[in-house]
Write a new protein. Structure first.
Length: 401
């Protein structure tokens, strides 16, 4: 049991990191309106700014925190991050202005950028034949956080717009206390290395794109997909509140349902689909389903239909694992880490850009004085991006053939 406690701590740390956005997402429309006194459309713009700031900090500080853990150890970096995260949630829980909430999201993005440190600790304590299994636990932790974050946030929202922040603060503080007692340092003088700003450069992975031949078009498809599907966390709370009048609790339940569906598809249906349709066929199928889903969400006017469509919408998650498999097979074994770095950077950039684009689009088409009222316009824009991705993918496949 003693050897399992650090693994449990790492698992919970990644869960809490991935819950950072989802836990408070159901209350953000009401909270921003409460702080600014503005309409839901204008609140959505602020929501995009807050989400982009959070993602930008993760993009910038992920490599920095990982390198700090190589220099000063995993234990202090993880414990300090959790303590600061707990204090940050307390500050946001009592925030009386939008600017204090903005500052809180900046700090929150930095403290949630500990994925590389958690992965490094897991590698430190794992035997060679245990690494794959334990890294799989980290992936599962992300899935758990993505599913249960919105659900828990929606339940706590019934006690007020500040309740999810208090809940998040308690979770972070309890996990820090657990880590204080069970986490042993794994960085010894033998493997310790000095901090180097060159290694901590977040743009390094993007610069590596030019070194990977034959991947430019597939990377573009990947980027289109990431920008398009980031529409869900960017505007879902605002869209469902405006279009269907959903409460924070209902928003949380719907987000959890989507997250659970995506996890089931990626965990259980990707391999059978590839076996049946091949990698290229699975990519095309996943992108096509996603286009249909986004078009449907763009025009639907009945909330019950949205919930009924969740199983079909989840099938859109088939495409990306297959696309990553194609790209992985096109690079040498010693370039796999380089490729994953590129993909991670593209995902981060998409998470920064999409909230700004999608919330502005939502605000423009959902204002009371809008020339053409269509709150689902961001989903239609995302569908257009994925259609472009499909065209690029088919052209790339034809050239490859």
């Amino acid at each position: 049991m003693r050897t399992k406690l650090p693994v449990i701590f790492i698992f919970m740390t990644v869960v809490i990191d991935s819950m950072g956005i989802g836990l408070i997402m159901p209350v953000m429309p009401d909270l921003i309106q409460e702080l600014t006194g503005e309409s839901l459309a204008d609140a959505a713009i602020w929501g995009g700014v807050l989400s982009a700031a959070f993602a930008l900090m993760q993009f910038l500080f992920g490599p920095v925190i990982g390198n700090l853990s190589d220099r000063f150890g995993r234990r202090p970096v993880l414990l300090i991050s959790l303590v600061v995260m707990a204090l940050d949630y307390v500050v946001m829980a009592v925030a009386g202005s939008i600017w204090l909430l903005f500052a809180g999201r900046i700090v929150g993005g930095i403290t949630a950028a500990t994925h590389s440190t958690a992965s490094a600790y897991m590698a430190d304590i794992s035997a060679p034949d245990e690494k794959a299994r334990n890294f799989g636990l980290i992936g599962a932790a992300f899935g758990v956080g993505f599913v249960f974050g919105p659900a828990l946030g929606g339940l706590l929202a019934e006690f007020g717009t500040r309740a999810p922040f208090w809940g998040a603060a308690v979770l972070a503080a309890m996990n820090a206390a657990l880590g204080w007692y069970v986490l042993k340092e794994t960085v010894t003088d033998k493997i310790r290395r000095p901090f180097n700003w060159r290694r901590a450069n977040p743009l390094g992975a993007l610069l590596a794109v030019t070194k990977l031949p034959g991947l430019a078009s597939l990377l573009l498809v990947f980027f289109f997909y990431q920008v398009a599907t980031a529409v869900y966390p960017a505007i879902w709370s605002y869209f469902t509140a405006e279009r269907f009048g959903w409460s924070p609790g209902m928003i949380g339940v719907s987000l959890a349902a989507f997250g659970l569906g995506f996890a089931i598809v990626q965990g259980g249906l990707v391999a059978p689909s590839i076996k049946r349709f091949g990698h290229r066929g699975t990519v095309a199928l996943g992108l096509a389903i996603e286009v249909v889903t986004l078009c449907f969400l763009g025009v639907v006017n009945w909330g019950a239909l949205v919930l009924a469509a969740v199983p079909f919408a989840a099938l859109g998650a088939l495409g990306m694992p297959a696309l990553q498999g194609i790209m992985s097979r096109r690079v040498a074994d010693d370039a796999q880490g380089e490729l994953q770095g590129v993909l991670t950077s593209l995902m981060s950039l998409a998470t920064i850009m999409s909230p700004l684009i999608m919330t502005q689009t939502f605000a423009y088409f959902s204002r009371p004085d809008a020339t053409f009222y269509m709150p689902g316009a961001p989903f239609l824009l995302s569908a257009a991006l994925l259609i472009c991705g499909l065209v690029v993918f088919f052209r790339s496949s034809r050239r490859r053939s």
